[in-house]
Design a protein around this ligand. Structure first.
Ligand SMILES: NC(=O)c1ccc[n+]([C@@H]2O[C@H](COP(=O)([O-])OP(=O)(O)OC[C@H]3O[C@@H](n4cnc5c(N)ncnc54)[C@H](OP(=O)(O)O)[C@@H]3O)[C@@H](O)[C@H]2O)c1
Length: 394
């Protein structure tokens, strides 16, 4: 069986949550390029009414929704005519639709970080259950893998996924996440302290939404990706490495026990990982150009510097500490980036705020949070750090 069509061979029904954002618009490019394979059933956005109306007029979904709640999005994601749910929102609003969709046996492709950073302990068991059910009836089926049900869109996780196809996790020695290092790779501590939002929003290789662009500059994004990789691939933290690779051509790699290093290379174009997540296990022509190795000339790699970019260390430690800490981290990061963009927090105070939030909210002995607790924690962290000085760290 292949994934792109429904069992009757009709185009797969797609619910796209976050259609007006950076990932959402690129997903629409992919959908528009494959009208024979996909039918847009649901478009949902937050506040951009004009953008959603334009998309609705162009794609004729059954439903378009603006500013929907997590509960409403869950209802839309589990409609009978939806086969594939693409999560292109930021924030915890998507946790309910992801869980509901997986519980209803839908395929979920997610760019959203909260899905795994805050909710990995909730969503992965659902994906594993679906994979185990398929493995019991047809072992060797591409859908006998949890990654067929919860598909990563992030280019790094897509790269690792592509390297793992046909491999056994038992033969994996380490996952190697690459990071561009952002625009301040070689900046001194004094230069980092004086970074402005305008400078930080100029990413050297990728064009993305504002939040993830700032996260790339602090390396918080790579830290969140370490946590995502832990959940997606069931990999221990000490087997997840980060390598700085300024050209962003090698999207990530997997090292195997025999010493082989398998990497996926591509141009910095999110339409490729978005499309792979939608057409898996098939590959289809895409608008993304293949990398030009001779034109690139050289590819550089170096170790990350966690003394200048402590957010990477703080995120990894939060991942090791568990779901409360990583959920506090990602909520705090949203607040920190908002404050930095508003000019009320220095660039170098972003990691200080993250560490304060993880220390304050991440050290509870309470059982792992359910969705309600995650949503409540998100509100609490935001309220605690929305303004004023950052408490909790020297
Ligand atoms: N951009 C990238 O290249 C990239 C790469 C890898 C991973 N990611 C991750 O993907 C996620 C999305 O990133 P992005 O850069 O595309 O963000 P973005 O440009 O800020 O877009 C966010 C989208 O979510 C929508 N949204 C907000 N609240 C919603 C709600 N209640 N219901 C439905 N939609 C809602 C927004 O709608 P409005 O615009 O209408 O308010 C917008 O369409 C993030 O978690 C990010 O870290 C992004």
């Amino acid at each position: 069986m292949s994934s792109p069509s429904s069992p009757d061979g009709a185009p797969r029904g797609v619910a796209l949550l976050g259609s007006t954002g950076s990932i959402g618009r690129q997903t629409i490019d992919v959908l528009a390029a494959h009208p024979d394979r996909f039918r847009v059933v649901v478009l949902a956005a937050g506040t951009d009414r004009a953008g959603l109306e334009e998309q609705t007029a162009r794609l004729h979904p059954e439903v378009s929704a603006l500013g929907a709640s997590g509960e409403d999005l869950a209802e839309l994601a589990t409609r009978d005519d939806v086969d594939l749910v693409v999560i292109a929102t930021g924030g915890v609003v998507s946790l309910r639709p992801v869980l509901a969709a997986l519980r209803a046996g839908k395929v979920v492709a997610t760019a959203n970080k909260e899905t795994l950073v805050a909710g990995g302990h909730l969503v992965m068991p659902e994906a594993r259950r679906l994979a185990a059910e398929r493995a019991a009836t047809s072992p060797g089926d591409p859908f006998a893998s949890p990654l067929a049900w919860l598909r990563p869109i992030d280019s790094e996780h897509s790269a690792i996924w592509q390297c793992l196809v046909g491999e056994s996790m038992a033969s994996v020695a380490a996952l190697v996440l690459t990071a561009s290092g952002g625009p301040f790779l070689d900046a001194s501590p004094a230069e980092l302290a004086a970074v402005t939002p305008e400078r930080a929003l100029r990413h050297p290789t990728w064009t993305m939404g504002a939040k993830i662009t700032i996260d790339s500059a602090t390396l918080a994004n790579k830290g969140l990706e370490v946590i995502e990789a832990h959940w997606l691939y069931d990999a221990p933290y000490d087997a997840i490495e980060v390598v700085i690779h300024p050209q962003s051509v090698v999207h990530s790699a997997v090292r195997f026990v025999d010493g082989s290093l398998k990497a996926q290379l591509g141009t910095p174009d999110m339409r490729l990982p978005i499309q792979y997540a939608m057409t898996y296990p098939d590959r289809q022509p895409s608008p993304a150009a293949a990398p030009d190795l001779i034109g690139a000339g050289r590819l550089d790699f170096r170790a990350p510097d966690t003394s200048r970019f402590p957010a990477l260390r703080i995120a990894r430690e939060a991942g090791v500490a568990g779901p409360w800490a990583s959920a506090a981290l990602i909520a705090a990061d949203d607040v920190a980036v908002e404050r930095f963009l508003a000019g009320t927090l220095a660039f170098t105070d972003i990691p200080r705020l993250l560490e304060a939030a993880v220390t304050r909210f991440g050290t509870t002995a309470a059982p792992a949070p359910d969705v309600e607790a995650l949503v409540a924690l998100d509100v609490e962290v935001r309220a605690a750090f929305a303004s004023g000085p950052i408490g909790g760290v020297a």
